[in-house]
Design a protein around this ligand. Structure first.
Ligand code: A3P
Length: 292
């Protein structure tokens, strides 16, 4: 199977949307039947919510804070270390991969291996959706498998309607959170990581049963800050070929802040967003941090 990155058509599939040429619906369906080991870890995110950040932290926890181990990896997602489970060919490789099998996914809950209900671990990273929208807008300009938006307002509406890869942010977060207790899941937010990275790393280490010395943990924290990650080519997806990412359009590690939406939303857009958010998230038990 070949990937065609100029083809960015969204294909509806069982209540979700896949990217034509990047995902194979039959392959995605078979993820559900994968056997799971106790040591498997799935990082689940809606796009632009801190996936690469969690990948960096997990890699550093594996290497006990040794950043040179990470610098040898070709790229985080398609290399051997933390691949996307839904990308063509990766499901097959997962079956025979050595432990620990660390994987990332943007898929909705219904596609995940059913065996995760009694084995393995899931880390769900959520980010306030206004910043997700802005980050995703810029990423659509960089990523050739996603259609370049006409303008910000056009993308704003597409995002609210869930007419993007990942579908509705609201559904993604609500569904995964509703199944929190059906599996061994750590639910953590981007904003918690921004506010206190040390505590977040400690929580993640504890959840994964990783025992590191204070010095090792300090290195995990040090090399997963935005400024240090920005200097690492892998974290910027710099090795990803130009047919996949138009690097001249911007860096993958773009801004890394809470509240950038304030620089982009008009007052009217913000009111419209709040209206949708309040309706969609009415019964959601957690609140989001919109600014720091
Ligand atoms: P911005 O576009 O707002 O800068 P994902 O990996 O899920 O695609 O998410 C990418 C977003 O996470 C980008 O957001 C990126 O800058 C941000 N990010 C990645 N690593 C980060 C870090 N160490 N600290 C803060 N933000 C980080």
């Amino acid at each position: 199977k070949t990937q065609n990155h100029q083809n960015h058509e969204l294909v509806p599939h069982k209540g979700f949307k896949l990217i034509s040429g990047t995902h194979d619906p039959d392959d995605v369906d078979q993820i559900y039947n994968l056997e799971i080991r106790d040591s498997d870890v799935f990082v689940v995110t809606y796009p632009k919510s801190g996936t690469i950040w969690m990948q960096q932290i997990l890699l550093l926890l594996e290497s006990k804070g040794d950043v040179s181990a990470i610098r040898q990896v070709n790229n985080y997602s398609n290399g051997d270390l933390i691949p996307w489970i839904e990308l063509n060919g990766n499901r097959q490789a997962f079956i025979t991969a050595p432990s620990p099998r660390l994987r990332v996914t943007h898929l909705q809950y219904q596609f995940m291996p059913s065996a995760l209900s009694h084995k393995g671990k899931v880390i769900y990273v959520a980010r306030n959706p206004k910043d997700v929208l802005v980050s995703y807008f810029y990423f659509h300009k960089v990523a050739n498998m996603l259609e370049t938006p006409k303008d910000f307002n056009d993308f704003f509406e597409k995002f609210l309607q869930g007419d993007v890869f990942g579908c509705s942010w609201f559904d993604h977060v609500k569904t995964w959170h509703a199944h929190k207790d059906d599996m061994n899941m750590l639910f953590i937010t981007y904003e918690e990581m921004i506010q206190d990275l040390q505590s977040a790393v400690e929580r993640i280490a504890l959840f994964l049963g990783k025992e590191l010395t204070d010095e090792q943990l300090a290195n995990v924290v040090k090399y997963s800050t935005f400024n240090n990650m920005r200097k690492i080519p892998q974290a910027n997806y710099e090795q990803v070929p130009g047919d996949l990412l138009s690097h001249q359009q911007g860096k993958f590690m773009r801004k890394g802040t809470v509240g950038d939406w304030k620089n982009h939303f008009t007052v009217a857009q913000n009111e419209r967003f709040d209206e949708v958010f309040n309706k969609e998230m009415e019964d959601f038990p957690l609140s989001f941090l919109w600014d720091v």
